[in-house]
Design a protein. Structure first.
Length: 145
């Protein structure tokens, strides 16, 4: 069973709760693990971005979704984990291309930002898009480290 790790700070907590429910109702073939935070009380995002990045890296084939107010800071934290590629997406196109071309294993979204496509469609697109194995994409991914 494929695993999805979730993480957020207080700014992404409400969205994370919605994502968790959406995954439970629509992705029965996935196991979901919430790595925190556990409330809307102010807390620092780097620890949660790092925790999701490290969990995904240690669990081959798993994916992650991280959320903070903007999606930016927690995404940077996830990207600091060597070997993790995290894409910030507020459209299905960015989620698809981040996964397909860049081989992103982690999706970042902002709980206090505007989505141009419904967040449910962004999550679905990220989770169902395969990484394109074409030589040109693989060559470029290797250059990312």
């Amino acid at each position: 069973m494929k695993k999805i790790y979730l993480g957020s700070d207080h700014g992404g907590f409400e969205l994370k709760q919605k994502v968790k429910k959406y995954l439970a109702e629509n992705f029965a073939g996935f196991s979901v693990e919430d790595l925190g935070c556990d409330s809307a009380e102010s807390i620092d995002y780097p620890q949660f971005g790092r925790a999701v990045g490290e969990a995904v890296l240690a669990d081959k084939g798993s994916l992650g979704i991280v959320m903070c107010g903007s999606g930016v800071g927690i995404g940077i934290a996830a990207n600091k984990v060597r070997g993790i590629r995290c894409v910030l997406a507020n459209t299905t196109e960015l989620a698809r291309l981040g996964r397909q071309h860049n081989g992103a294993q982690v999706l970042s979204m902002g709980g206090r930002t505007q989505f141009f496509d419904p967040w449910e469609e962004i999550v679905k697109t990220f989770l169902t898009t395969e990484v394109d194995q074409a030589e040109r994409h693989e060559r470029r991914r290797c250059q990312l480290g």
